[in-house]
Ligand binder design. Sequence first.
Ligand SMILES: NC(=O)c1ccc[n+]([C@@H]2O[C@H](COP(=O)([O-])OP(=O)(O)OC[C@H]3O[C@@H](n4cnc5c(N)ncnc54)[C@H](O)[C@@H]3O)[C@@H](O)[C@H]2O)c1
Length: 262
Amino acid sequence: MSVSDYLTHLFSYEDQIVIVIGGTGVLGGALCDGFGKAGGHVVVAGRSEERGLERVKAIQDAGGSAEFITVDVFQRESIQQLRDQVLEKHGKVDVLVNCAGMNAAIPYEEITDEDWDWIMDGNLRSTQIGCQLFAMHMKTQNGGGCILNIGSVPSHLPLSKVFAYSASKAAVVNLTKNVAREYGTQGVRVNAICPGFFPAEQNRKILAPERIEKIMSQTPMDRFGEPQELIGAALLLCSRNAGSFITGADYYVDGGFTANRF
Ligand SMILES: NC(=O)c1ccc[n+]([C@@H]2O[C@H](COP(=O)([O-])OP(=O)(O)OC[C@H]3O[C@@H](n4cnc5c(N)ncnc54)[C@H](O)[C@@H]3O)[C@@H](O)[C@H]2O)c1
């Protein structure tokens, strides 16, 4: 077997259907590009049709295959419609990436119940609904499936100023491991990537200069991540062959931030 045949065997997503919820965002968009270049048909799912169609075009321009479907992660019916629409058209879903997310820095004593619910629902409840609706289908299909959730640095250690976000991302990793355990013998693998710091829409307001300085002082690689630096980990964790025995993992892509603090 040649080197390229071997790597294709390990990492190719040809003939696979990959849904990225939040594929309209910065990190989700990079993951869409990666799955597309690896041969998958990418369903870019999100709220903004304009951004979704831009991403579809970028994937197609790079020689890949993609489509856009609208989804609102606050609505269970919307996630269910996404699943059913993809199943009706393609007959299966090989990979689901739960990559929508929200964040806000609010002083602890000023957090309202609405603030709390918005972040917990957007990050945790949406991930739970995605896992539940897709795992229950994936276990019934030939070849099973794989779910990738998005944790964060505070999945293990709380981050100052972002209380609800920290709690939600800790719970996302806990849920990931529990769902992985639940479906361990049923052909559905469930993992999480925990990115370090990547400038994006949802954290732009939070990354004030003094906070950036503090983050860099605790990041051994002394820089932010680039969105495309998440792709390798995602392709590994979701791969049928390279990732076949990986489930319940929380995989940090953070320039050493968590290693430094442990
Ligand atoms: N950027 C980072 O440094 C970082 C670090 C760790 C984890 N994360 C996580 O990565 C994920 C992606 O975030 P990002 O940094 O790319 O931010 P982003 O703001 O660029 O992307 C978030 C995406 O979620 C989508 N979204 C928001 N509300 C939605 C809704 N109701 N329905 C459907 N989609 C909705 C947005 O439209 C956007 O496409 C999030 O879960 C975030 O918490 C980001």
